[in-house]
Design a protein around this ligand. Structure first.
Ligand SMILES: Cc1cc2nc3c(=O)[nH]c(=O)nc-3n(C[C@H](O)[C@H](O)[C@H](O)COP(=O)(O)OP(=O)(O)OC[C@H]3O[C@@H](n4cnc5c(N)ncnc54)[C@H](O)[C@@H]3O)c2cc1C
Length: 390
């Protein structure tokens, strides 16, 4: 007699979430809170191992577009209240974000301040002298600075675990090592395969981060999200402890911030090719340090900790903004992806909006029209790209 193969698992639910990063976890929680039977499938053997676990963990209201400001503001408010509301840690620390802005960029940046303030987001305008009292830097070419006092950092692992715990408490099931491999839609039901199971649900939420384009393709759908590798370099311990905010030299794109007694720093490589390129790009360290040392000479005194440095994928769209909501070419398929490097801070509000999209028919707490798929199908000249990209 041959070996008896374990029977293939079949599950039926109201909504299947693909991906257990912070976006999938928070969305599963909000859907289950609304009374839906939810399953989450995750390719890896643990949650938050995609971009979520590799982010710089920053949260900031300082964006150029009003919707991004509002998404961040709501996220910061939720993370700030997390312990009180849910009895779970978020790791929120209002360490601040400090933008150092050269003259040619000031006009556009100042327009951002107006947008942020009108959305109720606190932001301060500082002279270079005032900014230098927060972080020492060489002010050559810097016109002025802006500081976000409620901006800061969170703990993306803790938040993902917290959302998943609350989702499970409301009946959600998480399936680890269950990569989606195929999808088909028949008679109002999606059938999603993993190597071990088939899930049936009328609604799919694609929260697969940098893999969201691939996941959509398996369902025959186009979703313009590509992975782009990014580095975070880490110094050894500094001689004295600091709590430097996430400080961005907008002239070069170099950023740094304190993490305990160390510094994290980085700079996005504009020529990094899209794709699942793996490992540290060490040659990019030099291209980061050169402008970094001119702007922040104190970096010289901090040795690099190569082992503590890391890389991960931004999930990039053509205009560096997320793609949210029902896919126009499919019934019951909702995308929450393409955050282009700012998904940790937007996850909290996006999850509420996606639950509205599924349960109420359309997201309504905020008008997400600017982030819907439709923007890629209209006149390209109408599209405006987010400019406050790090
Ligand atoms: C270096 C770096 C710095 C960053 N800094 C910040 C920052 O300061 N602030 C900020 O807000 N954001 C930052 N980001 C971006 C942020 O990390 C992402 O926007 C966010 O984590 C996206 O969350 P997610 O849940 O959508 O994706 P992910 O965390 O990537 O989760 C997607 C999940 O889907 C799973 N998956 C993939 N394929 C499949 C499949 N076929 N079936 C099932 N599961 C699948 C993956 O394994 C993964 O766990 C940074 C990113 C990087 C790389």
């Amino acid at each position: 007699m041959g070996e008896v193969l374990p029977s293939r698992m079949h599950e039926t639910c109201d909504a299947l979430v693909v991906g257990a990063g912070i976006v999938g976890a928070a969305t599963a929680f909000r859907l289950s809170e609304r009374g839906l039977r939810v399953h989450v499938i995750e390719a890896a053997n643990a949650p938050a191992t995609g971009s979520t676990g590799r982010s710089a963990a920053g949260v900031r209201v300082q964006f150029a577009s009003e919707l991004n400001v509002r998404l961040s503001l709501a996220g910061i408010e939720e993370y700030r209240e997390f312990q009180d509301r849910y009895g779970l840690p978020s790791g929120y620390r209002p360490q601040g974000y400090l933008f150092l802005v050269p003259k040619p960029l000031w006009e556009a940046h100042a327009e951002g301040i107006r947008v942020q303030r009108s959305a109720g987001a606190p932001v301060q305008e500082l002279t270079t002298d005032e900014a230098q009292t927060i972080v020492p830097f060489d002010a050559t070419g810097i016109h002025a600075a802006t500081y976000g006092p409620i901006d800061g950092v969170v703990d993306p692992h803790a938040l993902t675990s917290g959302y998943l715990k609350m989702a499970r408490d409301r009946g959600t099931t998480l399936h680890l090592e269950h990569p989606m491999t195929a999808a088909r839609y028949e008679a109002g039901t999606w059938r999603i395969d993993t190597p071990h199971a088939t899930f049936e649900a009328p609604t799919i939420v694609n929260a697969a981060g940098a893999w969201a384009g691939e996941v959509a393709r398996m369902a025959g759908l186009d979703l313009p999200v590509v992975p782009v590798r990014r580095m975070v370099f880490t110094t050894g311990p500094l001689a004295a402890a600091h709590a430097y905010p996430l400080t961005i030299d907008m002239a070069s794109g170099v950023y740094l911030r304190s993490e305990g007694e160390r510094l994290l720093f980085g700079r996005s490589n504009p020529n990094e090719p899209a794709g699942f390129n793996e490992g540290m790009d060490w040659p990019w360290l030099e291209a980061t340090l050169e402008p970094g040392l001119s702007r922040f000479p104190f970096l010289e005194t901090a040795g690099l900790d190569r082992h503590a440095s890391w890389w991960g994928y931004y999930e990039v769209t053509p205009d560096h903004d997320a793609i949210l909501g029902r896919h126009p070419d499919a019934e019951g398929w909702v995308d929450a992806a393409g955050f282009s490097g700012h998904g940790v801070q937007h996850a909290a509000m996006v999850a509420r909006l996606m639950a509205e999209e599924v349960v109420d028919g359309a997201a309504h707490t905020l008008d997400v029209a600017p982030l819907r798929h439709a923007r890629f199908h209209g006149d390209a000249r109408d599209r405006r790209a987010e400019t406050h990209i790090v």
